[in-house]
Design a protein around this ligand. Structure first.
Ligand code: SF4
Ligand code: SF4
Length: 435
């Protein structure tokens, strides 16, 4: 696609990279075919190609964002299905990130919108704040119908109780039965996940420790920064990115790290992008690049690096029918798809394909809170496709999808790492107690 950025505009690093990205686009429109919002709404501007035009026009002409641009950019899930489809390798992720940043700088959202986005930024990106808001919501949940529809739907998405942790908080979880661990990894325990599903981090730590791997949970690291990043709140996101990079880099230098593990694919996608985000920042670019290189999703790490000791008795006992839901951030953001499936297959269970598996479930970070009509439609389709194949339970690798899908079906859903932990000597997940 032809671009018309001026020399002056191209001195800006974001414009420069955006220009390169846009020039790769050949207008073919293949990406529209796999875009969930285009499929649902049928409007060119709700597809990737249309959004590229909108962002290009806004940036090239140095225009402030307007209602129309904001409407269509806000409707993008950042699912990156378009990136998997695009034959020209257009990096839509970096383009929409730039578009969102520009919107946040140049557009004044209506008051209610601003308040909601600020509230989400404040509560979701810090686990202590999220815990407090969770308690408040528990108190007001019975009265949710008295709130405006949008707020009442947000309240519905919050779980009524948070499961109790069974592990103590420690900085280092040592490898079991070994003097010297075979590897040392840092774990991103996350902001929302550690509160609503602590069992996922516990399964991850137990599983790694049992296989001789020491796990470090670095103090001072809570959120990966992606919640604010996707809300376009770049300053807040950058503070978090920098802090995480410096803490992990210090740990890497002082005590050594073989990997930084994420068990939430949405966060993992962002960790792997730290290097790009700080590519021109001379103070931190080397450190950011290293952190991205070390970042691995737990499924990727287990599949590539760990010789798992499966419990053969359990494998032979019963075969479960498991539907694997490939989170967008996993399959499109990180291009990890076969690894979690391989792992589940090794447990002897049957992995079932979900039709239209490339399409988003509607979770997408804060999307199901901010765009609940579209998110609800996408969830309905996802559930229809899951229930059709009659699984006994569902597995995925992203807390957002777990929460979203659990709101649409009674079929239990759990993180892939909980299955692998269970089949290599960990406890049976509580959610499967009746199966
Ligand atoms: S598929 Fe790629 S090249 Fe084709 S219109 Fe979409 S972004 Fe552009
Ligand atoms: S990221 Fe997803 S929703 Fe956004 S344009 Fe691409 S395919 Fe469509």
């Amino acid at each position: 696609m032809e671009t018309n950025f001026s020399k002056e505009q191209l001195k800006d690093k974001d414009n420069k990279s955006t220009e390169k990205i846009i020039r790769k686009c050949v207008h073919c429109g293949f990406c529209n075919a796999t875009c969930p919002t285009y499929n649902l709404l049928g409007d060119e501007l709700d597809g990737p190609r249309g959004r590229i035009y909108l962002i290009k026009d806004m940036l090239e002409n140095n225009k402030p964002a307007n209602d129309k641009i904001v409407k269509h950019v806000d409707r993008c899930l950042s699912c990156y299905s378009c990136m998997t489809t695009c034959p020209s390798g257009v990096n839509y992720m970096h383009l929409i990130d730039h578009g969102r940043k520009h919107i946040e700088k140049t557009y004044k959202r209506p008051l209610v919108d601003r308040l909601l986005r600020n509230l989400l930024s404040l509560t979701l990106s810090k686990s202590s704040n999220f815990r407090i808001i969770g308690i408040l919501i528990r108190i007001i949940k019975p009265f949710k119908l008295f709130f405006p529809k949008r707020i009442s739907e947000m309240i519905s998405l919050m779980p009524l109780t948070f499961p109790k942790k069974t592990m103590k908080n420690m900085k280092v979880y040592p490898a079991k039965n070994r003097k010297k661990p075979i590897a040392r990894v840092a774990l991103l325990t996350g902001c929302v996940q550690r509160v609503i599903s602590p069992q996922i981090n516990e399964a991850t730590i137990r599983l790694l420790n049992r296989h001789g791997i020491e796990v470090v949970v670095s103090k001072g690291i809570d959120c990966c920064g992606s919640l604010n990043h996707h809300l376009g709140k770049e300053d807040l996101a950058n503070d978090t990115f920098r802090q995480n990079i410096l803490i992990w880099y210090e740990e890497y230098l002082k005590n050594g790290l073989d990997a930084i593990i994420s068990n939430t694919s949405g966060c993992g996608t962002t960790l792997k992008d730290y290097g790009f985000m700080f590519r021109l920042d001379k103070d931190i670019k080397k450190e950011a690049k290293k952190i991205s290189e070390l970042s691995k999703d737990i499924a990727e790490y287990l599949d590539e690096k760990v010789k798992l000791n499966f419990n053969n008795k359990l494998i032979n006992e019963k075969k479960y029918r498991i539907a694997y839901h490939s989170a967008c951030s996993m399959q499109h953001g990180q291009k990890i798809h076969k690894e979690p499936i391989n792992l589940i297959k090794k447990t002897g269970n049957k992995v079932l394909e979900i039709s239209d598996g490339h399409l988003c479930c509607g979770s997408a970070g804060t999307y199901n809170l901010l765009q609940n009509n579209i998110a609800r439609e996408l969830l309905k389709d996802k559930i229809k496709n899951i229930e059709k194949i009659k699984p006994e339970f569902i597995s995925t690798g992203n807390i957002g999808c777990i929460t979203q899908i659990a709101n649409g079906t009674k079929i239990p859903i759990l993180h892939t790492v909980e299955i692998i932990d269970w089949f290599t000597g960990g406890p049976k997940p509580e959610i499967l107690r009746n199966i």
